[in-house]
Design a protein around this ligand. Structure first.
Ligand code: 13P
Ligand code: SF4
Length: 369
């Protein structure tokens, strides 16, 4: 789905430049391109890239904000599914660039459309689809999976709106099939009191996902066996240890963390929720935050009057997001100056249409909530 245009300038040319030179070249290309281009920087992006972003935010906010600008080209410093979402939500005249095509999301890659379609067929074969089953996908998934949900009465959710969407779907469906993040699914299901044994795991490499037909018929929530390798690094012992080391600390985690870690935390919520919680806290507040390190470090810098710790002592960095380096950004922008769109992300029209159905359903179901 990605079209790769050969650049007039080679990336290698940029790899040998100093950080200062790269920064200057980004700034001068940016100035020359003017409002024709918008640079988006996801909250987890490294500092030396975020400083060049016109807009920063979470994955969904960024796509919506970009579509509202006059820009013809969106340079998305994030990961592949985010660039696809920008193409789905963008205007037809807008084009999207992912400065490094290797910037994927390991969680999104844990569910392919072929695996999802095969799972759906198996559920049909054993009679599960005779019940009212809704497919729900996390924003962190391919456009093809979003379109699958659009075609099958399902929806897309983000970590900010999973709760109201579960609420609505639990009222009108017998069961939900949630991909690809088992932890967001389980943590949200638990908020509605669904017992753990009614939330079964679907392993795409096993027949019936590794379950018996009876278990699947009886389940309330079928959770895809996917996870985020970054948020999966936070463990229960990290919570115990920080509470011992920093009396009065509040543990604030993203719901991509495991059920056990979320259960032990004081607060959990999306990237935007984490930022808002710290923004609204009084000076002297103490936090141990369980999310990506670049975001936590920026919160530390912004709020020196609060005591902010990363929940785990080791580096919890999104390595794929990190692949977008200032060199890639400079390379993309200078090619644009020559009229060449490199690393373009293009979602085909049919997929775009049905992915939009699922996204618009999400928007209409969460408006005013
Ligand atoms: P947001 O939807 O909050 O941007 O999160 C994306 C993500 O990848 C979290 O790990
Ligand atoms: Fe994907 Fe996790 Fe990186 Fe988010 S932090 S983009 S879920 S790998």
């Amino acid at each position: 789905m990605s079209a790769v245009a050969q650049g007039t300038r080679e990336l290698e040319e940029f790899l040998v430049l100093s950080n200062e030179e790269i920064s200057e070249r980004i700034e001068s290309a940016r100035a020359a391109l003017g409002p024709r281009v918008v640079i988006l920087g996801h909250h987890y992006q490294r500092d030396d890239v975020v400083r060049h972003a016109d807009l920063t935010g979470d994955s969904y906010q960024l796509s919506v904000m970009a579509s509202q600008t006059a820009a013809e080209v969106i340079v998305f410093c994030g990961v592949h599914f985010m660039a696809e979402s920008a193409d789905v939500l963008g205007r037809p005249d807008q084009r999207v660039i992912l400065p490094d095509l290797g910037a994927g999301c390991s969680m999104a890659d844990m569910a392919t459309i072929e695996q999802v379609e095969d799972a759906w067929e198996q559920l049909g074969d054993i009679g599960v689809l005779d019940q009212r089953v809704a497919p729900i996908t996390y924003m962190n998934s391919s456009a093809a999976i979003k379109a699958f949900c659009g075609r099958n009465d399902g929806v897309v959710c983000t970590s900010s709106n999973a709760v109201p969407l579960f609420d609505a779907y639990l009222k009108s469906f017998d069961k939900m099939f949630f991909f690809p993040d088992q932890h967001l699914g389980r943590n949200t299901g638990a908020k509605f009191g669904i017992p753990l044994d009614k939330m079964v795991l679907w392993d795409p490499h096993k027949e019936f996902g590794g379950n018996t037909p009876e278990t699947l018929l009886d389940a309330k929530l079928i959770l895809w066996r996917g996870h985020c390798s970054v948020h999966g690094r936070f463990k229960e012992w990290h919570v115990d240890k920080i509470r011992e080391d920093v009396p009065g600390v509040k543990v604030l985690v993203h719901p991509e963390c495991t059920f056990e870690v979320v259960e032990k935390s004081d607060l959990n919520g999306s990237t935007s929720f984490i930022i808002k919680t710290v923004e609204q806290a009084p000076p002297g507040s103490k936090w141990a935050i369980g999310t990506e390190v670049n975001l936590v470090n920026r919160l530390k810098q912004r709020f020196p009057d609060q005591e902010i710790h990363l929940l785990a002592p080791d580096l919890c960095m999104c390595a794929t997001m990190y692949r977008i380096a200032p060199q890639n950004l400079a390379w993309s922008l200078e090619n644009l100056l020559d009229g060449v769109v490199v690393n373009e992300i293009v979602v085909d029209d049919d997929t775009k249409h049905f992915a939009n159905v699922a996204l618009e359903r999400m928007i209409s179901m969460t408006e005013g909530r």
